[in-house]
Design a protein around this ligand. Structure first.
Ligand SMILES: NC(=O)c1ccc[n+]([C@@H]2O[C@H](COP(=O)([O-])OP(=O)(O)OC[C@H]3O[C@@H](n4cnc5c(N)ncnc54)[C@H](O)[C@@H]3O)[C@@H](O)[C@H]2O)c1
Length: 424
């Protein structure tokens, strides 16, 4: 539904079916942010910068002070870099208030929750928000991995509950994923997307599934790279530079793993595994062991590169050695890109996100110069399918059958495939 189709102020006249209609974005005054940690402080800043009055809620005064200090540092950095004037900073600060009482959200038009990633804490917060906020208030969670559907079902307004997944650091990263459940109304999705644009972000609408778009495409690809490294098929440098060269990425997957944190990568893989129970989402044993050993990447000082000058030399043996001998044209970069393109085609084919939104998510959330469907167009479906099939022969991919939508792109595909037609 187009935004213009609904964002009139609700007219409380007789016959108006929904007395609890949301207000139009232009009328939003107060935005609540619950939890002012790494993400919440940044989210509060984003809204205050865009001109909204923001009320930040924390558990106690010490946490308020930490959140405030976080915002202060961020605003000082922006002023230091010339991205904000002192006057603008003063304006932002004047629009921010802080409290330890959720009751003060009684007149909030829109609330974003950014408390720790535990369902019990989220449930407690949402139960309260539903009781305290007016029935028209839209409630959003910044969860990375929990079920938005489950959170929405706790409230009396599941049609007005969404996921609003900001990326870290929130003031800098352009992407926000707007996660909808089976209960979210089209009005709410349009309104939240409009809010996201108002605060200078690029929203993409996705269904409520593990990993949403960006994490579901990025982390299995990092996991694939770890598997190649674990099997000693190539050095870390060869793996990283091959993908950088193939897709023009700012950094390779093992460098990225060190930066994101190996614990975060493992947590995402485990969430994907929990949801799909598909071998594609089983974490590499090496990833699991490195996390168990406390080698979490940059944050712990030890990872694939961090704290490790020397890495094991590749020893291509068995089927991999055979592959390298026989498939001289099978490029390491393509080996890592083809499954990711396939994952993206599966996502689009399932109607979970549009091709445009998938490309936008990877460009703005992961710094890809080109999204997966653009990478596919560049290579052609035949080349991607050939790579996947060859990888299957040499036991290099967990993808048993390429996505039906990918097969449909083959030049000789006569009509859209359904189910397992592509197995032939
Ligand atoms: N850190 C990231 O990179 C990142 C990125 C995207 C999404 N997220 C998601 O954002 C959410 C917050 O993550 P974070 O990294 O900012 O966590 P964090 O631990 O840095 O911050 C959480 C804040 O919530 C506060 N809090 C705890 N219980 C509360 C309560 N009952 N009421 C109000 N405040 C409470 C804590 O005091 C803390 O300041 C999580 O759902 C996480 O999955 C995190």
């Amino acid at each position: 539904m187009a935004l213009s189709a609904f964002v009139g102020h609700p007219v409380r006249e007789e016959g108006n079916a929904d007395p609890y209609s949301v207000r139009m974005v232009q009328e939003f005054d107060k935005v609540g942010v619950v939890g002012l940690g790494t993400m919440g402080a940044g989210i509060a800043e984003v809204f205050a910068r865009a001109g909204f009055n923001v009320i930040g809620v924390e558990i106690d005064q010490a946490a308020v002070d930490r959140g405030r200090a976080h915002m202060d540092r961020s605003l000082s950095r922006a002023v230091g870099k010339g991205k904000l004037t002192e006057d603008e900073r003063a304006g932002i600060e004047s629009r921010m208030t802080f409290t330890t009482s959720r009751e003060e959200l009684a007149d909030a038009d829109f609330v974003v929750e950014a408390v720790p990633e535990h369902m019990d804490i989220k449930k407690d917060v949402f139960g309260d928000l539903d009781r305290i906020c007016p029935p028209g208030t839209i409630l959003a969670t910044n969860t990375s991995s929990l079920s938005v559907t489950e959170i929405a079902a706790l409230t009396s307004r599941p049609d007005k509950v969404v996921g609003l997944h900001f990326f870290n650091p929130a003031p800098v990263m352009k992407l926000v994923e707007v996660i909808t459940t089976v209960s979210t109304s089209a009005q709410t999705v349009d309104l939240v997307s409009e809010v996201a644009k108002r605060v200078g972000k690029t929203p993409v609408a996705v269904g409520d599934r593990a990993g949403f778009v960006a994490n579901a495409l990025l982390v299995p690809y990092i996991n694939d790279a770890i598997r190649l490294y674990e099997r000693r098929i190539a050095t870390r440098e060869e793996i990283d530079s091959a993908v950088q060269k193939a897709a023009g990425l700012p950094m390779g997957p093992l460098t990225l793993a060190d930066m994101v944190g190996l614990d975060v990568c493992l947590a995402v893989m485990d969430v994907l595994w929990e949801e799909y129970r598909d071998q594609r989402y089983s974490a590499s044993p090496l990833l699991r062991r490195m996390v168990a050993a406390g080698r979490l990447g940059r944050k712990s000082g030890q990872g694939f590169y961090a704290g490790t000058d020397e890495a094991p030399e590749p020893i291509p043996t068995g089927r991999y050695a055979q592959m390298i001998r026989e498939e001289e044209t099978l490029d390491l970069g393509e080996i890592l890109l083809a499954p990711q393109i396939d994952d993206a085609m599966r996502m689009i084919g399932d109607g979970y996100a549009t091709a445009e939104d998938v490309d936008t998510a990877m460009r703005f959330g992961c710094g890809y110069p080109k999204g997966p469907t653009e990478l596919l167009a560049e290579r052609g479906a035949e080349s991607v399918v050939t790579t996947l099939v060859a990888m299957g022969e040499y036991d290099l991919t967990s993808i048993a059958v390429p996505a039906p939508l990918l097969m449909d792109q083959l030049p000789d595909a006569e009509e859209p495939h359904g189910g397992c037609a592509c197995q032939s």
